[in-house]
Design a protein around this ligand. Structure first.
Ligand SMILES: CC(C)(COP(=O)(O)OP(=O)(O)OC[C@H]1O[C@@H](n2cnc3c(N)ncnc32)[C@H](O)[C@@H]1OP(=O)(O)O)[C@@H](O)C(=O)NCCC(=O)NCCS
Length: 220
């Protein structure tokens, strides 16, 4: 009979553990199992946040985040739109069924059970081994405390190490310096800009393109 698999993974593992500790390989098993065939990713645990699969009970909170106009402007893309719960449910259920999307809930470790946001790898390209990263911390109490940087790092490491991604990329409004700084801290660099690409809060703003290669030096 197979040994029971632990339900959480401490992530990222300390470098020395990765190098010389067979326990590392055992600890990776739950996520590796997900990578091998199951659609639902496992739990990734950092110091500040834990990334776990999105569950239906998360949807009302996610709908609240989706209807926060300030957040919608930071995220960019489409103009803020009233999103009733059913459309938010349809959005996340659609992502769940999309084989090219891996979505996670972001949970605060200092308040277990508190859903503070969501993040995802999406638009995965099977040949180029790339994926796009998106993140939204909707609980303002958790802005500027390092949670976003850690969630992005966890997600990128997961993509590189367990999904064999070669590159993770993203786009961000030039008017969102907090996000740009968090991405930089997580090892992403600017690759270019789409000038005046978005209509955002009464003005055209640049869209900044950022990326991180698996072989890039790890963030300091
Ligand atoms: C963007 C987001 C994920 C960042 O997560 P976070 O936990 O708030 O960010 P962190 O605390 O990890 O890092 C923020 C960094 O930006 C810096 N920062 C904050 N406001 C800033 C500003 N106006 N100018 C420059 N830097 C700023 C902080 O000082 C910190 O850097 P430091 O650690 O070097 O001091 C989160 O704030 C969020 O989801 N916001 C709403 C939605 C959003 O913007 N999503 C991203 C869409 S692309």
């Amino acid at each position: 009979m197979q040994a029971p698999v632990p339900s959480t993974v401490r992530w990222p593992l300390p470098f020395f553990a990765r190098r010389r500790n067979a326990q590392c390989r055992r600890a990776l098993k739950p996520v590796a199992a997900a990578a091998a065939g199951q659609d639902r990713p496992s739990v990734l645990t950092g110091e500040l946040v834990t990334l776990r699969p999105l569950e239906p009970e998360d949807y009302p909170t996610l709908a609240r985040f989706a209807n926060d106009v300030e957040i919608a402007l930071l995220v960019g893309g489409r103009p803020p739109t009233p999103d009733a719960l059913p459309s938010v449910v349809a959005l996340y259920e659609g992502r769940r069924e999309d084989p090219h999307t891996l979505g996670f809930a972001i949970i605060a470790n200092n308040d277990p059970g508190r859903l503070i946001g969501q993040c995802a790898l999406f638009n995965q390209h099977q040949v180029a081994r790339t994926a796009e990263l998106g993140i939204l911390i909707g609980d303002r109490d958790y802005w500027g405390r390092g949670c976003g940087t850690e969630a992005v790092s966890l997600l990128a490491d997961y993509g590189f190490r367990l999904r064999n991604l070669h590159k993770v990329h993203l786009s961000v409004n030039a008017t969102n310096p907090r996000a740009i700084r968090a991405y930089q801290k997580a090892g992403f660099t600017e690759e270019g800009r789409r000038r005046k690409h978005l209509w955002n809060d009464g003005e055209y703003v640049d869209l900044v393109l950022m990326g991180r290669l698996r072989d890039d030096p790890p963030p300091a």
